[in-house]
Structure formats: C-alpha cells, structure tokens
Design a protein around this ligand. Structure first.
Ligand code: LLP
Length: 420
C-alpha cells in the first residue's frame, strides 16, 4: 500500500513527481496520497461485510478538512474529541449522525454544541460526565445517545505514552463497575443508553491485546443486556499499528483484525463502530525536506534539514522510527548520517546513525509514514511557520493548507495595555 514509488529515478506519489511539487512549493511540506487513504479505508469496510458497521476516522491523526473529506466522500464517519474537531468534520461534510464524540473532559458548552448537531453517540468516560450530560440535555430538552468507554485493564503492549487501557490510566470507567454505572445511567433523564466503547491504545502491532479486551467487551454486552439495557452499538476504538519500518504485513493485520471482530461479535447483532486514525492516513503521507547543511562533526556527519521537531514531533516525543529516503534515486553510494532539524534542542533529531543514499546540500529527502500525527501535532516553536500540506491525486496536486506568513504569526501577539 506504499504511497510512493520511483519512476525514472525520481520519487513519485501516485503519478506526480515529488520534485515537481517542490519546484512549486518550497520545502518543507507534507504531501498525502488520496488513493492510499481511500484504499486503507476500503481495507476495513471490505472486510466487515458480515456485520453492520461504521468506520469513524479519528481525526486527531490528521485534521485537515481535505483529508477528512476524502474519507467522508466514501462513507466514513468521524471520531472527534473536541468542539473544534466537531466543527471541522461538519464542515468537511461528515453527517452529524456519523459522529462519535470521545474524550475525557467534555465541557458543558461542548455538550450543548454536540446535542444541537444531533451526533450519533457520546462516548462517556466517567460518572461525572454522565451527570453533567444528563443535566445539559435536560435543559435543552434533547436526548443524548451514550456509550461508556470501558477500561478493561488490558496491557496494549505499546509505548507507555499512548497506552490507555490499564486501570492506572485516566481513561474510561473500570470494567468491574460497569454494570452498576449503566444501572445508574438508566435512571437519569434525557440519557439513552445505546452502546459500549473501548480504546486501549495506539500503534498496537500485536492483535493479542485487542483480542483480550474485545472478549471482555463481548461478555459485558451479554451481561448488560441481561440487566435489561438495550445495547446495539459496540465501538471498538482505534489503535491498529502501521509498519514504520518496511514490512509487507500492514494489510494482513487489518484483515486479521476485522476477521476476529466479525467472528467474535456476529452473534450479538450490534452495529460495530471502529475509530482508526493512524492506519487510515499514516502511510499516505510524506514529509518532504531539503538538506540545508551537511555538517561534518568530529564523530558524525549531520544532515541538517529544513524541517524540525515542531513539524513532526513523533521522533523526539516517542523516539519513533520513520523511514527516510532520497527523492532522487541515482546514488548507489550510501553513508551513515544523523538527520537533524534546526531547532535548538538535541532532541530535534529524526534519525541517528542511519544509512542513507549519499545526499548533498540542496538535495531533497522524504520522511515516510508521516500522514498521521504529523501536521496535526505541529507547532510554531522557534517561531517557525506551520508548513504547507499538499494532496496528490494521480497526476494532480493541490495545496490543502498554505504556508502562513510571518506577519500573521507574529501578529497574533498583542503588547500589554501598559506597553507602548
Ligand atoms: N479513538 C480514541 C478514543 C483515541 O484516543 C485514539 C487515539 C484513536 C481512536 C485513534 O487511534 P489510532 O488508530 O490512530 O491509533 N500522537 C500519538 C498517537 C496518539 C493517539 C491518541 N489516541 C503518536 O503520534 O503516535
């Protein structure tokens, strides 16, 4: 499902040469392959034929409206965690009845906004949220469709910062108290219980943690039904990992994951909701940069590129590995380099001791699998401008986020009233 290939020694995304985009748009920039995103979505839906399902793109992974619209146009819903995300997905044509609203700290005004839109489901994370939602919905004379996010106390076997399903994590209600909490919810006004929800973490590369958690969810649904609750939606969250280092198994993992889900839940006749983020968009995205300097240090050679940790935070935040490749394929010569950004922190490093085709100042390189949690987590640290984003479709490309100007960025500050 790679988003790119070399033709005539030039890196192409679909049928567009990256170097041609770079002639039009200065580096650094993100670029995304539309067909790779569509294929990733269809990999899920084509596997889930035996159960009623809704695939809700977790837009925190990439919240550009053009990307959301690519998925909305082929039927996807959206998983949102803020009013901002809800506004974005509505603008990008996701119907309200395909929106699930997750997150542990929904405020009253966010709840009001969601109720006004008529969203598909609130995924509640605590009794506090339940009480507040009931009060807000009652004051508006509306009914809120809810599921509780269950914390199954299962180890997701992923990076600690993105593990969410253990009892020590801040997420969800403990599975041991779920029946009692659903019983209470059933007594509250303007609340309609419709489902259960679980999300145990992100970038899971083994299916076992999912299997362990989902079996517990299956048992719980049976128990909740026997308690008299009308459970007809099972939201299994996101979390399926991608291969940041080359490996052909990514599609196989989606197939196995979907097969397991269908087999396990088929008897319950529920609508299955999935909330994938990374696995829909990561592999579709490249971060394109230029080598600004090639600096021979005493011990290492540094390729200092024009993108930095503020553009792609994952390597410095999670020690994440991303493949890095040359845009021009003509060099058989390789060398071992550190690839670093210009920010004044040693953590601003994309790769260490990496063997790469020999690159010189002015050459272009691509950081792979950057379509998820790349642009979405970027910042203007070091007063660097947010970088453009480009969508590629076959031999066309279009700028889906333009570079902002320094005037706009610096103009966001005001001097205090007492400063002249
Ligand atoms: N649903 C919920 C409730 C979530 O919290 C998340 C991700 C997802 C779905 C989507 O998970 P995915 O399919 O993308 O794994 N910034 C980190 C990842 C943070 C994930 C947060 N929650 C990274 O760059 O690895």
């Amino acid at each position: 499902m790679a988003a790119f290939h070399y033709t005539n020694s030039q890196l192409h995304m679909e049928n567009t040469a990256i170097a041609d985009i770079a002639k039009n748009i200065h580096t650094p920039f993100y670029c995304y392959s539309q067909s790779t995103i569509e294929t990733a979505y269809q990999n899920y839906t084509s596997q889930l034929k035996q159960v009623e399902h809704l695939v809700c793109f977790a837009v925190k992974a990439n919240s550009n409206q053009a990307i959301i619209k690519v998925l909305a146009d082929i039927g996807a819903g959206a998983d949102v965690v803020s009013e901002g995300e809800m506004r974005r997905v509505l603008k990008a044509d996701v119907p309200a009845n395909k929106i699930v609203y997750s997150g542990i700290a929904k405020t009253k005004s966010e709840m009001r906004f969601a109720l006004d839109q008529g969203i598909f489901q609130f995924n509640l994370e605590s009794e506090n949220e339940l009480e507040r939602l009931s009060a807000v919905a009652s004051s508006m004379d509306k009914t809120a469709n809810i599921a509780f996010r269950i914390n199954p106390d299962v180890d997701a076997e992923t990076h600690a910062k993105i593990s969410t399903g253990k009892s020590e994590n801040k997420f969800g209600i403990p599975i041991s108290r779920a029946r009692e909490i659903y019983k209470h919810a059933a007594t509250l006004p303007n609340i309609r219980i419709q489902g259960v929800d679980v999300h145990i973490g992100s970038q899971l590369t083994s299916l076992n943690p999912f299997k362990n958690a989902f079996k517990l969810i299956h048992e719980l649904v049976v128990d909740l039904r026997s308690d008299g609750h009308d459970i007809n939606v099972i939201d299994l969250g996101g979390g399926l990992g991608v291969n940041y280092q080359k490996d052909e198994m990514a599609n196989a993992r989606v197939i196995d994951y979907c097969q397991f889900i269908q087999t396990l839940f088929e008897d319950l006749n529920c609508k299955i909701v999935l909330e994938p983020g990374r696995s829909l968009v990561a592999e579709a995205g490249l971060l394109i940069s230029e080598v600004v300097y090639k600096k021979k240090g005493e011990e290492r050679t540094f390729l200092i590129i024009d993108s930095a940790m503020n553009d792609l935070l994952r390597p410095s935040m999670y020690d994440a590995y991303h493949d890095i490749i040359s845009v021009k394929q003509d060099s058989e010569d390789t060398e071992i380099v550190d690839i670093v950004g210009p920010v004044c922190e040693t953590g601003d490093t994309f790769a260490q001791n990496r063997e790469l085709a020999k690159l010189e100042e002015g050459d272009l390189l691509a950081i792979c699998s950057a379509g998820a949690y790349g642009a979405a987590m970027s910042s203007t640290y070091n007063t660097r401008l947010l970088i453009p984003e480009v969508l590629v479709k076959d031999d066309q490309f279009s700028v889906i986020k333009a570079r902002r100007s320094y005037d706009e960025l610096i103009g966001m500050d005001n001097l205090a009233a007492w400063q002249d």
